[in-house]
Design a protein around this ligand. Structure first.
Ligand code: ZN
Length: 461
């Protein structure tokens, strides 16, 4: 008996020590052309209710309005029982976000996204009675300017898949938003067209869960579209390759047979049951994500450690207690209260003739940079030293290496490391049948590199 109790105690202790595994199950609820997709959303919501699992339905503004005009209060009510996110106002009607954001900067792009998208968010609020918990782009039509707009719209989580930016196949902070994005091995979908593949999916899920459990835990992301369960091709092929037909010319997607649909529902239910049966696995919604993660600002922060780190390279820093973005560390080095700020608007250039900066001039430059950050909640692209200037990265490296007492400070070249987390292939990452053929958006990746001053891993509480 004693031995049994001991084993019980030890295995309980082992369970406690394992990292938690959270599953985010989300549905891009977007098909406003095929009415059967309304029934699919209802069926998925009620099936999951029966399994005791809450999912996140990222709803397109036009889809919400269509549900309302079709009198589908049953669908609206069933989805509202789960979590409601946002998936753009019109999804695939041209121009999609990356198209119009590509030619814009940070501020004008954010303003334009907000102008186009606020009406959709307002409709979601009116129809579902909640502010959407998260946003994710249509297809791969991603753009970093959306972050600034989304935070203004009260949406703090970015939930989607894409390859433009990613960090260790886990949740991260960028531009003040909590991201579940580019999840790699932790994105695990069960193939809906072949039930015989399900055991392989279970194995894949178990392997990912084990890997997370043996570390600090993390998130597994699973996504579907309700329309996938009732159609065999996507509804928005109407808009393929940049096409923008009139509403009267929209064609409905081909339907699955009822038996086919039943198999799809069964596969998802079996997958959810499998995930749920694993001890320590918990399903969470996008709305719960900010509650299980530490807040956007790092705690504490050893100035000497941060100075050593930032003098060598500008990249985020993970310590035993916390995680800091390069932007946060710059704020700490400047002696200002860390706050969530935006990255610079442009890639600054150093234009400085000497190799040293006098102490008084450098102290004035520090005060100037601190003033800019406080006033704009944004990092400056360049810091002035009289009539000359340092790029932000050279300024950060120089500041970090300064001992604070010498009469002259040696100019130090920056070493931006966080940029490696942003993709460089601007065509592949924006590949989407709805974008015009050959579409590529290197400008958006460059904006993301500038915003990567704010990049860091998210830490579970
Ligand atoms: Zn979508």
């Amino acid at each position: 008996m004693l031995r049994f109790l001991l084993i019980l105690f030890l295995s309980a202790a082992a369970l406690v020590a394992r990292g938690p595994v959270y599953v985010v199950l989300w549905f891009d609820t977007e098909d406003y052309i095929e009415p059967a997709a309304d029934d699919a959303a209802l069926r998925l919501a009620t099936d999951l209710d029966k399994l005791g699992v809450r999912a996140t339905f990222k709803v397109v503004g036009e889809k919400a309005r269509v549900l309302e005009s079709r009198g589908r209060t049953d669908v609206i009510r069933a989805l509202a029982h789960h979590d409601i996110g946002y998936h753009s106002n019109y999804h695939s009607i041209q121009p999609t976000p990356a198209l119009y954001l590509r030619g814009m900067g940070w501020l004008d792009g954010a303003a334009e996204f907000e102008r186009r998208e606020r009406p959709g968010v307002d409709d979601i609020r009116r129809i579902f009675g909640v502010t959407p918990s998260c946003y994710g782009q249509p297809g791969s039509s991603w753009g970093p300017q959306t972050y600034r707009a989304l935070l203004r719209l009260g949406i703090p989580v970015y939930l989607d898949e894409g390859e433009q930016v990613g960090l260790g196949e886990q949740t991260f902070w960028l531009g003040g938003m909590l991201h579940v994005f580019h999840m790699g091995r932790n994105l695990i979908r069960a193939e809906l067209n072949d039930e015989s593949h399900l055991s392989q999916t279970f194995e894949k899920f178990d392997r990912a869960a084990e890997a997370l459990e043996s570390g600090n835990g993390g998130v597994i992301s699973i996504y579907y579209h309700p329309t996938e369960f009732v159609t065999t091709a996507f509804w928005d092929l109407n808009f393929a390759k940049g096409a923008n037909p009139e509403r009267s010319d929209w064609k409905k997607p081909p339907r699955r047979t009822p038996e086919d649909s039943e198999r799809c529902y069964r596969i998802l239910n079996r997958y959810v049951e499998h995930a749920k049966s694993r001890p320590g696995v918990r399903f969470v919604t996008a709305r719960e994500l900010p509650l299980i993660y530490e807040s956007a600002l790092g705690r504490g922060g050893d100035r000497a450690l941060i100075a050593r780190h930032m003098a060598e390279h500008q990249n985020f820093l993970v310590t035993d207690q916390s995680a800091f973005s390069a932007a946060e560390m710059l704020e700490i080095l400047l002696g200002i209260e860390p706050a969530v700020v935006e990255g610079p608007l442009a890639r600054g250039q150093t234009a400085f003739r000497g190799s040293e900066i006098s102490r008084p001039a450098f102290e004035r430059a520090k005060a100037d940079a601190a003033g800019f950050i406080r006033a704009n909640r944004r990092l400056p692209a360049e810091v002035w030293i009289g009539s000359e200037k340092l790029s932000l990265t050279d300024f950060a490296a120089t500041l970090a290496a300064d001992n604070g007492v010498s009469g002259a400070i040696a100019l130090r070249k920056g070493n931006l490391e966080f940029e490696k987390y942003v993709a460089t292939d601007a065509q592949r990452t924006f590949n989407w049948p709805i974008h015009p053929e050959g579409f590529s958006a290197p400008e958006l990746l460059e904006l993301a590199r500038l915003q990567a001053w704010t990049l860091k891993p998210a830490r579970l509480k």
